[in-house]
Structures are given as C-alpha cells and as structure tokens.
Design a protein around this ligand. Structure first.
Ligand SMILES: [Zn+2]
Length: 257
C-alpha cells in the first residue's frame, strides 16, 4: 500500500467514526418515541401541527384568537399557516407565540405573526435571538447566528399569562437549555424538548448531544411533577415537541425520570 493510499484509508476511517458518533445518538434520540399525529390535539381546543420531526401547537384563545406553542423550523411557516386556516384562524389571529426554548426548530416562523407577542423566559432570550450559540455538544458546532426572532415579552417562573379565555401557567425547567420553559394550558403540559413520550407510555429525557445538561433537566422535571401535585393542577396530557402526547399519569411519569 502506498503512503498516499494509507493516508486516504485512515482519513476515511476517521470520517466514518465521526459520522457514527453523530448518527448513533441521533437515531437513539428518536427511536421508540410515540408518533406525532398531525391535526389531532391532546385536548379540546389544542391542535398539533407536525412538521417532519418536530411539532408545534395551536391553542384556541376564544373570540377567533389563537396562541401558538413554538413555531417550527420552517421560516415560511407553511404547515403552521395551513393548520391555522384549518382551525378557521388567519395569521393575524395569533396573539402570542410561547417559546419552550430557543433552538432553531422551535422558533423559525415566529416573526410571521405580527399581532403576537413572542414569549420566552429571560434566561432563554439571548439564545432565541441568536446572540449566543446553543451550549449543547451539537450546538457548539453551529455557533451563534442572529435568528431574526425578537422576544417581546419575558415570562417568569410561576407566572400566569392570560390570553382571552386561555390561562397559561409558566414553569422554568432548566436542563435541555438554561431557559427551557414548560407551559400548562387547557390541562395540557407543553414541554418542548425537555422530555418525550415513548410508545410504551413512559417519559424519556432528551439526547445529551442536543442538551446542555440531561441530569439537570431530569431533576427539573421531577421537581415540576412534585410542584404541580402540590399546586393541585390538573394535567390530563403532556405534549412534547418531538413525540406524540403522553396521557394518563403524567406526573408519575415525570417523577420517574
Ligand atoms: Zn431543543
């Protein structure tokens, strides 16, 4: 074997190792997750919008108005706009976009909704706006890039936001990102990427490669479970972004993380 060939072989092997190192956690992250059903919501007045591997939600706020949880990966917002149309709303009917966190597959179409306030926790604002890079192993590779999304309302842990007939409780659940939030509305707990539902009805935390701290994230969700129980909240379903919903004993599933 010539030196050049040996070098090429080594380079090819090194590349294979890198590709496998990235692909294995990627595949593992999505394997065994409950499938996302487009259009079907986990509760009355909630519509799921599936956009390939990620989902967002349209919540009815009464009087022809709507609130979104997350805004997908597609700047054109095609799937979101179609879902709004199907629900009888125009794009101007959206009065708030609640961001569970600042990763690019959750915020892209937010600027389309001119009448909406864009809501995140303070700890997430810089990531939403693209002023800082994500701090997950994968995120560090991508670096910081302005997102074109501007947070216009900062929510705090424990806040109750009111949009027409809709009441939204806000909870900080740091881990996947520092400013990750869960929103409880219409008895559904929206959790973004902090946790997914498996096909066998369990809760599963996100892949480390996309997360800042999986151990902190699991602790946040166990604490949230205890807190929701203490507050006497009704939680009929959990709605993650990358899987279908979890119904039944949501708080028990979160406590077992
Ligand atoms: Zn994420």
């Amino acid at each position: 074997m010539t030196r050049r060939r040996r070098w090429l072989l080594r380079a090819a092997l090194a590349l294979l190792v890198v590709v496998l190192a990235l692909a294995v956690p990627f595949v593992a992250a999505f394997r065994g997750l409950a499938p996302i059903a487009n259009g079907v919501g986990p509760a009355p007045g909630v519509r799921t919008v599936r956009m390939n591997f990620v989902s967002a939600f349209v919540l009815d706020a009464g009087d022809g108005r709507a609130v979104l949880v997350d805004a997908g990966a597609d700047r054109s917002g095609a799937a979101l706009l179609a879902a709004l149309r199907a629900g009888g709303y125009g794009p101007d009917a959206v009065i708030a976009v609640l961001l569970t966190h600042g990763h690019g597959d959750h915020i892209a179409a937010a600027p389309l909704f001119r009448n909406a306030e864009i809501v995140s926790l303070e700890a997430e604002r810089a990531l939403v706006e693209g002023a800082v890079a994500p701090r997950s192993p994968m995120g560090r590779l991508s670096g910081a890039k302005p997102s074109g999304v501007r947070v216009t309302r900062v929510a705090r842990d424990g806040d109750t936001l009111r949009y027409g007939a809709l009441e939204v409780h806000v909870y900080a659940i740091p881990g996947h990102t520092a400013g990750s939030a869960a929103f409880l509305a219409r008895d559904v707990l929206f959790v973004g990427d902090a946790v997914s539902a498996t096909t066998d009805g369990r809760a599963r935390g996100p892949a480390w490669i996309f997360s800042e701290s999986t151990s902190e994230g699991a602790a946040s969700l166990r604490a949230l479970s205890a807190r929701l129980r203490r507050e006497g909240r009704v939680v009929r379903a959990m709605a993650p972004a990358h899987s279908g919903p979890l119904t039944g004993d949501v708080l028990g599933a979160l406590a077992a993380l």
